[in-house]
Write a protein that binds this ligand. Sequence first.
Ligand code: HEC
Ligand code: HEC
Length: 566
Amino acid sequence: MRVLSVSVALLVPVLLAQPPEPPPKEPTEKEKEEIDSGIPIASDLVKKSCSPCHKADEKGRLSRISWRRTTPEGWEFTIKRMVSLNGLEIQPSDAREVLKYLSTNLGLAPEEARLAAFEPEKRMIDYKYSDKDVEGVCSRCHSMGRVVSQRRSESEWKLLIAMHRGYYPLSDFQAFRRGGPPQTEPGPDGRPPDNRHPMDKVIPKLAEQLALKTPEWSAWAANMRAPKLQGRWAFSGYQAGRGSLYGETTIKATEKEDEFQTETRYVQVKTGEAIHRTGKALVYTGFQWRGRSNGGSADKTGMREVMLLDRNQRELTGRWFTGGYDEIGIDVTLTRLGNDPVVLGLDRMALQTGTGREVAIHGANFPAGLNASAIDFGRGVSVKRVVSATPELVKVEVEVAKDATLGPRDVAVAGAFRTGAAMVYDKIEAIKVTPQAGMARAGGINFPKQLQQFEAIAYHNGADGKPDTKDDLNLGPVDVTWSVEEYTATFDDHDKDFVGMLDANGLFTPNVDGPNPKRPGNANNTGDVWVVASYKTPEGKVLRARAHLLVTVPLYILYDQPEVAQ
Ligand code: HEC
Ligand code: HEC
């Protein structure tokens, strides 16, 4: 803290200076344009809270603040830093209002937020940014998600780099400055060498690629409105290892136009378990849903909800998550319900040729008195009879012809369609494990454990008969026998015996954190293993597939902004 306050004192005059410097020099055209792009602050609370340090100009723009746009998480991050390092004093209720104002009026447009959605949704993805130079410099220490969720003027990108260099002196050495002597020879293209430091190369790129002023934002800022979300929504979810979840969410309005209460009931199709969750949510910028819901007394932590609303206010999509590292999650789509029927999906998507079976169709608003002629699975799949029907669930008996063409089928109930809800196949030819590369973190003593769920997905090789090609038919998850095998990265380290346990459902739970005296060299319970799935086909053939699992140490620092949902 000591060290930091010294560096802050040094930084304040530099970083709070408003671009451009006041006279004697007249601002250039480019500088004028940049000043003009700043977004005026109309909120008295924001002005009162921030202007003691951030100077207001004659157009109501606040230095630093008006030249940047970001997500609710991005603003929360900054406000927290203002409190912890820079001496901002603010009541929690005021901080919430400031956060709401800034996220909504200096926020991201829907197109911009979608690009960066993996960051607040906490998805473990292998993100590739379009510019290698920028990625090389800015993804050394944190996710590119933090970068792509920001839009700034060129001066603000410069000052952000200055902030990094001030607070984290190592960043020059780790990423920002070029090491070694300057290049003197021309490059392969004959052009003189570019000896700028990496940070100087990326500033103009950031200013262009992640600009403050964009057509998307101008259009959204003019068009934005408080969302009217109250009513019934069809709930459709998918959770790795648990499969499909179908049900309904009721959204209720509150006195505040951007805050809502929710009640969700869904069933886990695979087990029939019924779940009831209640929660609340805030919608920023007219479309960014941040909520929290709880599934009753057994649900100790609740789930966070991060979703984006589409332009027509008919669909919310995103991820609900929990876990020590937000690693357990449901991909969720909520679709607004009117009076028309909606098909959400089947209890099992794969239908084998030459067989007959009962299939459950989940949905909403199914009419009473449905008969077989109102239900259609397309060619080669005939609906023999309706076994039972409620507004949410229709059970039917279907028969798949021996010679039915293989491939996807749209399923229709009383005129409502679900594209590709069923898949006609003749045999399972391959299985694959997802994710192909998993990660878990030892924990349970000083840090939480990070779990990893694996799934085995069955495939038909498609018309070309070859595995791993575009025309393969995905037949959905199948039950398999799971095992762990040694991955020989270090000879004789027996990782498999120490890293943790894989259960019958493919859920890997790592061992405890810290050194283990039973391991050679008192090593941690970390390592590399293969996670192996084997599936026995009805014909008696055994199909195998595997995925790599890295079990690593805990993350000692977690950057998280859970308050955006409160
Ligand atoms: C007590 C003084 C103080 C107050 C009050 C204050 N700030 Fe700051 N702010 C600073 C200082 C010092 C810096 C430069 C160092 C830094 O970036 O942390 C800064 C920098 C910033 C930046 C640029 C950071 C970046 O990521 O480049 C933003 C944005 C910002 N403040 C927002 C706010 C908002 C919003 C408020 C009001 C809720 C606020 N500040 C209140 C002192 C303050
Ligand atoms: C040497 C490690 C390192 C590198 C390289 C680095 N960052 Fe950071 N960055 C950090 C750390 C640490 C923080 C967290 C600051 C905090 O906790 O207050 C941070 C915070 C941020 C923030 C949030 C700050 C705010 O208040 O809005 C942004 C945006 C950001 N970095 C962008 C970048 C960009 C763009 C680059 C490439 C030019 C980059 N970072 C390169 C370490 C790094």
